[in-house]
Design a protein around this ligand. Structure first.
Ligand code: EPZ
Length: 418
């Protein structure tokens, strides 16, 4: 089994370069389905999830050329209506091909993604939104077929500001007839980045508060777009500085995308400075306890809850952390406890009693961000931590070993055969 072997206990220091945002790159790649012309993306991170989506698009008939962090997605001839079942099951974001395909071709067949480690994650909001745009849906054997001669603009009020449903429905509405208004829409920076790309592709849309208005077009054009920096990678690296009592600078980074997170980090006693596309943390040896609850943007991001929890295990008192977005994002907790953390879970709230130190042991990453939490704990722990389950870590963290080593960490990747 491949693993990351970490010798912990060294304060990290230095500058680390941040890749383009995974969760902006995935819908941006999928938006290429809305046009015959080429979509050129820059700052695409080198991650397993990106390879999966590019494979999905290739299987649908797109021609994909990738050169480091530049990706060109062009027409490859005939576009297929049916998505590859394997890749949708590998990664839920592939389900976003549904809206663009039905908007372009009038028909789409896509497997329903199942639940996953962090919660049930239904797609009811995606499906009911497409129905409101006039699509007819049938489901058989876990596969959904969606048909519409031409989608019609509608008012869609989302009961929850779902990131994926917002992206799905905005993309579909770009080629619908007339105006679509999505209220209570998600406004995460990654959603707004998609809106920027769609605008560059000729879409007519605007966003104000949580309302997105889209004036449908008969076709979109190609475009060239540079993705925003990954705020989750930036946050995770700042927390690597925090948990080791170090001083870490992340660049490029957008402090405006991380306001709630940085505000919470300051409350732990860390000194945060930002400017000129970078953020720096100068951490206290141990964080002060805090109470925090995750929420849709601009609230505290759910994706940074697990690495933040790892940091709070070494706090000087009892912290409370409530997960309000995903009901099961706690699979990493028992591994932190094996490393010496004192955490009690009550429903969706963790009470984290700070301890003097963690000790290394063998742990398994349960999901992308839970994996990051365990790596961070390993960086601070005494002795050796071995993290397996690298499939999850590789989905969301590119060049992790190199980046941590550049900050002075002792981390080594051991492949299964060595
Ligand atoms: C996106 O997932 C991100 N993924 C997630 O990042 C992120 O954690 C999440 O948004 C929240 O910020 C990508 O962008 C690819 P949601 P998504 O729809 O779109 C419920 C990571 O580690 N819901 O906003 O799936 C859902 O169950 C990942 O990088 C419904 O009930 O998130 C959840 O409780 C993991 N019905 C809540 O809404 C629906 O139809 C938020 O989900 C859709 C969602």
């Amino acid at each position: 089994m491949s693993s990351l072997v970490i010798e912990g206990g060294r304060p990290l220091s230095g500058t680390v370069s941040i890749s383009g945002a995974k969760n902006a790159a995935l819908p941006a790649c999928i938006a290429s389905l809305l046009t015959e012309e080429a979509v050129i993306l820059h700052s695409v991170p080198q991650l397993r999830d990106i390879s999966t989506i590019l494979y999905t698009l290739g299987a649908l008939g797109k021609r994909v050329v990738r050169n480091d962090s530049d990706v060109v997605i062009a027409s490859g001839g005939c576009l297929s209506e049916e998505a590859n079942a394997y890749s949708v099951r590998q990664m839920r974001a592939s389900f976003l091909v549904l809206g663009p395909l039905v908007a372009r071709l009038g028909r789409a067949i896509v497997p329903l993604p199942g639940g996953c480690a962090i919660g049930a994650r239904p797609v009811d909001l995606h499906l009911s939104g497409l129905r409101q745009l006039g699509a007819r849906l049938t489901e058989r054997g876990g596969v959904v077929e969606v048909v519409a001669d031409r989608l019609e603009g509608a008012h869609i009020d989302l009961p929850f500001p779902s990131v994926g449903a917002t992206e799905q429905l905005v993309m579909a509405a770009c080629l619908a007839k007339g105006e679509t208004r999505i209220t209570n829409a998600a406004v995460e920076p990654e959603v707004l980045d998609l809106l920027d790309l769609l605008t560059a592709m000729g879409a007519e849309l605007c966003v104000e508060d949580r309302i997105i208005r889209i004036q449908g077009k008969t076709e979109l054009t190609g475009a060239e777009h540079t993705l925003i920096p990954d705020r989750m990678e930036a946050g995770t690296m700042l927390l690597a500085g925090a948990i080791t009592g170090g001083r870490v600078n992340v660049s490029p980074a957008r402090p405006d995308h991380l306001q709630a997170f940085l505000h919470t980090l300051r409350k732990t006693g860390a000194t945060i400075s930002s400017g000129d596309g970078s953020i720096e943390i100068d951490a206290e040896p141990r964080p002060s306890p805090i109470a925090v609850e995750t929420a849709p943007y601009p609230g505290f991001p759910t994706d940074l809850h697990p690495p933040f929890a790892a940091c709070l295990t070494l706090g000087t008192g009892v912290s409370q952390l409530t997960e309000a977005v995903f009901e099961r994002r706690f699979a990493y907790v028992h591994s932190l406890c094996r490393m010496g953390a004192k955490i009690v879970q009550d429903g969706r709230t963790l009470s984290i009693q700070g301890v003097d130190g963690l000790r290394g042991c063998e742990v398994e990453a349960p999901d992308i961000r839970g994996g990051a939490a365990l790596v961070l704990a390993g960086l601070a722990a005494s002795g050796t931590t071995s993290v397996t389950g690298l499939l999850h870590i590789d989905r969301g963290h590119g060049h992790l070993v190199e980046k941590l080593r550049a900050l002075g960490a002792s981390v080594e990747r051991r492949e299964a055969s060595s």
